[in-house]
Design a protein around this ligand. Structure first.
Ligand SMILES: [Mg+2]
Length: 298
């Protein structure tokens, strides 16, 4: 069987250069070159909904992925057409009707919430101080998203939330991240098995990619479950020092230090931020990919 690889990447501040640090000019063209290789299968793994992922693809002119793992892993989509090589009318890949939701994943995660809906969970968590529900379009079938003021004691808050949810028979993951630019805490309530990590592991099983053939790249809070897991992972160099320290410590504590690579820059003259870090890390795990980057462009 020929070689095949699964490259899973976060979007905001990982592939998308929408953070405070600069992007190396040749990084995204080289990323496109890497993923255009027929061996490389591409998945975008994002806190964004399908519609917002498609908006990002159009706005930043990103390569079309094979899979979209949206809503922090609580939804998985595949292209409705079988092969991305098939000629589609220009722009059709960014139409939501070109993507099919994997219902098998919905069924796997639904049992964690014990039949509860988003509205049930919002009602249960209403007594928790400091939670502000995000806009309606950011709530999805299996994700309740809140804003939290940055000065709130998020650990105590998450403990209180877990107690309330557990008493209602709900198994939930609480995913915390910080929007650096807005100085806002973001807290997502998901089915316990619907993190980015579990969604990637489901996709690996379903598409028959083994651990040595899979690489994930991320930058922040909702990427941590993957970064510290056995999935081969890359932390891009623009990640904050706090996230770098936390990822390294937790990966060591869970015996997964060999499956975490922290991009440091200086690869092909690039700075390790965003897609430069993705490339640096992918080549760390899959050294033969370096040849694909060096090939003359067609
Ligand atoms: Mg990110």
């Amino acid at each position: 069987m020929s070689e095949r690889y699964l490259l899973c990447t976060d979007l905001d501040r990982t592939l998308l250069p929408n953070g405070l640090q600069p992007e190396s000019a040749c990084a995204r063209p080289l990323f496109r070159k890497l993923v255009s290789h027929p061996e490389v299968h591409l998945a975008y793994v994002s806190g964004r909904s399908l519609e917002l992922v498609l908006q990002a693809i159009a706005k930043w002119d990103l390569p079309r992925p094979d899979f979209i793992l949206g809503d922090v892993g609580s939804s998985i989509y595949e292209q409705a057409g079988q092969h991305r090589e098939i000629a589609n009318p220009a722009g059709s890949e960014t139409r939501p009707d070109q993507w099919r939701r994997l219902e098998q994943w919905d069924r796997e995660i639904a049992s964690d919430w014990n039949g509860s809906s988003v509205i049930d969970i919002v009602t249960l968590l209403a007594p928790v101080d400091g939670l502000v529900l995000q806009e309606k379009h950011k709530q999805t079938r299996f994700k309740v998203s809140y804003y939290v003021a940055p000065q709130v004691d998020d650990k105590a808050m998450r403990q209180q939330m877990q107690t309330i949810l557990a008493n209602a028979g709900i198994r939930a993951s609480l995913i915390w991240s910080i929007d650096e630019a807005e100085q806002l805490g973001l807290l997502d309530v998901l089915p316990a098995s619907a993190t980015k990590r579990h969604a990637i592991e489901f996709l690996m099983r379903q598409q028959h990619f083994n651990p040595g053939e899979t690489v994930f790249a991320g930058d922040s809070g909702n990427d941590l479950p993957v970064l510290v897991s056995p999935v081969q992972s890359v932390l891009v160099a623009n990640a904050t020092v706090e996230v770098q320290n936390q990822a390294v410590q937790e990966a060591e504590a869970s015996g997964q230090a060999a499956a975490l690579y922290v991009a440091r820059g200086n690869y092909l003259g690039m700075n390790g931020n965003y897609s430069a870090g993705i490339l640096e890390g992918f080549v760390h795990y899959i050294p033969q990919a370096e040849n694909w980057l060096q090939e003359a462009s067609p």
